[in-house]
Design a protein around this ligand. Structure first.
Ligand code: PGA
Length: 259
């Protein structure tokens, strides 16, 4: 886990799951269970549930996020949702470029960059996801892929614009597969991301940048992942839908001497 500069963040990505009633019940459990958690907690609910979950989380420190957004502010874009609408429904955050968006919905780095600009302009905290596929890892291209995703996704900003940004390293081969990156693999990638960000926009930003790990995080592996110096939090999919597992993840225990 990070230095004092970086407050840990544990975030649940509910993906395309849960009815309204289920979302309300889980949000209540997260809100109650978050008391005494060592870091910040956030949930990324489906668009349909944002307003009811916002109501549950009102007044609590648990942050609410959308799973995606469109970069235009308004207009004839059937099916899309703008950053302003996401803010208006009560979100403080949004995911951008989750690998499922990149792969299944053809989200290019150019689109990702526009989404990041829109989120920051609207005052949302963006969680920008990056990560390599298994083929890319096996071909020793992990760093190259991360570098391109960061260079292109973060293009054209001033370092001060980027202050709210959070990055999530999510190796595609670890998402929903039960195959977690080892703590060493996660740390190696996170360190590379931090160094790349320092090269792109300076140490002042990169040293305070929170980098989350995502990919089959569970109650059993969260502590060792969070013990890594450059792992500042977790983006949790499957396990965030299970109340008890997510509560344990929120209350991770990183050894005090690990930082
Ligand atoms: P997982 O998903 O925890 O189910 O692997 C992580 C994610 O996609 O954010």
């Amino acid at each position: 886990m990070s230095s004092n500069l970086r407050k840990p963040l544990i975030a649940g990505n509910w993906k395309m799951h849960l009815t309204l009633a289920e979302s309300v019940a889980l949000a209540k459990a997260v809100k109650e269970g978050s008391s005494g958690a060592p870091g910040e907690v956030a949930v990324f609910a489906p668009f349909t549930a944002l307003s009811v979950v916002a109501e549950v989380l009102k007044g609590s420190p648990v942050k609410l996020g959308a799973q995606d957004l469109y970069w235009e502010t308004h207009g004839a874009y059937t099916g899309e949702v703008s950053a302003g609408q996401i803010k208006d429904v009560g979100c403080q955050m949004t995911l951008i470029a989750h690998s499922e968006r990149r792969k299944l919905f053809h989200e290019t780095d150019e689109k990702v960059n526009k989404k990041l600009k829109a989120a920051l302009t609207a005052g949302l905290i963006p969680v920008l996801c990056v990560g390599e596929t298994l083929e890319e890892r096996e071909a020793q291209r992990t760093f190259k892929v991360l570098q391109t995703q960061l260079e292109e996704g973060l293009k054209g900003f001033a370092p001060t614009d980027l202050a709210p940004v959070v990055i999530a390293y999510e190796p595609v081969w670890a998402i929903g597969t039960g195959k977690t990156a080892t703590p060493d693999q996660a740390e190696e990638a996170h360190l590379f991301i931090r160094k790349t960000c320092a090269r792109l926009y300076g140490e002042a930003w990169s040293s305070g940048l929170r980098i989350l790990y995502g990919g089959s995080v569970t109650a059993d592996n969260v502590d060792t992942l969070m013990a890594q110096p450059n792992v500042d939090g977790a983006l949790v999919g499957g396990a965030s839908l299970k109340k008890d597992a997510f509560l344990r993840i929120m209350h991770f225990k990183a050894p005090a001497n690990a930082k």
